[in-house]
Design a protein around this ligand. Structure first.
Ligand code: GRG
Length: 294
């Protein structure tokens, strides 16, 4: 299969959806809506929305029906990046290859743009799936769980608490990454499944894929922080070491970290095999997401 062409088809659909489903820059207050679009339209890789749409299509749904859910997850992901970059959190100047929102605008605007994106995500689910209330509720619950205090926000809290703590344990690190990173990847797959009317077993399998893919993705991110450069990454490299953070690389070394990433990827790919239908794109996408570590 031609991954590049298929990926382009998905990303084009997501970019079009972002433009269509976000308030226009001119909407009052224009500064806020401009900041929301500035961060969203800065050219992220769109992995989560593409995963969501690809999963819905794998389950036999029409990709357009999955688009509002895909935009909702990208809104939540982007809010988390904007807030993560703030001086009170990771304090970063560069994101998606451009100045972070608080650098390009100001801190208060960055906080508000993040708040507004998070809220907009749920408004999108409520309005776009109003014709299928059971689906609207299931999608809302999934996204709220993944983005909430036990998962994304909780993972970020423990990440901040672990900062400078050179003796974090593998179990602590796993909690952080299962929630800070894997939760949103898991939700992408599950929400795609829900749009495609997945049954309970299929949802459980999608969760399993998301969990292992999320961990592999984070291990690769830790590796790239050591081996990558800021220009290629579009964000500041070497930040983990500078912050004295425990990562998969500090805990296990580069070679074992690479091996662990491979193992989690293989588990994710193995579970994809449980789906009948056209799994080529999903399998290739998973490989691509974790192939960045070289
Ligand atoms: C502020 C509640 C809150 C959470 C922040 C997302 C996050 C949690 C922190 C960002 C730091 C980090 C390394 C997170 C791990 C997940 C990750 C690698 C995010 C970046 O995702 P990509 O590479 O980014 O898909 P793009 O820009 O391509 O969308």
């Amino acid at each position: 299969m031609d991954l590049t062409r298929e990926l382009k088809r998905h990303v084009t659909r997501v970019e079009r959806g972002l433009d269509l489903l976000l308030p226009a820059e001119a909407t009052r207050p224009s500064r806020l809506h401009t900041a929301m679009r500035y961060s969203l339209q800065a050219g992220g890789k769109r992995l989560r929305p593409v995963l969501l749409i690809a999963t819905a299509e794998l389950m036999g749904a029409n990709g357009d029906d999955a688009l509002p859910a895909a935009i909702a997850i990208e809104c939540v992901h982007t809010y988390s990046l904007i807030h993560d970059d703030l001086p009170c959190m990771d304090d970063d100047d560069l994101r998606r290859g451009r100045p972070t929102v608080h650098k390009a605008f100001d801190e208060a605007t960055a906080v508000l743009a993040g708040d507004a994106l998070l809220t907009h995500a749920f408004a999108l689910l409520a309005t776009s799936y109003v014709g299928n209330p059971a689906l609207a509720v299931a999608l809302t619950r999934e996204l709220a769980d993944a983005a909430g205090s036990r998962r994304l926000v909780g993972g970020q809290m423990e990440d901040l608490l672990a900062e400078g703590k050179a003796d974090a344990t593998p179990a602590e690190l796993e909690f952080i990454h299962l929630n800070k990173t894997a939760a949103m990847i898991e939700a992408s797959l599950v929400m795609g499944g829900l749009v495609g009317r997945a049954d309970d077993t299929q949802v459980a399998n999608l969760r399993q894929i998301g969990r292992h893919l999320g961990l592999a993705f984070q291990i690769v991110d830790d590796i790239l922080d050591v081996t990558g450069d800021s220009a290629t990454l579009g964000k500041t490299a070497g930040k983990d070491a500078a912050a004295g953070k425990t990562t998969y690389v500090t805990l296990h070394g580069l070679e074992r970290a690479r091996r662990l990433a491979r193992e989690h990827t293989d588990t994710a790919l193995g579970t994809v095999q449980s789906f009948s239908g056209q799994t080529d794109f999903l399998r290739t996408l998973i490989e691509t997401m974790v192939a960045r570590s070289g």
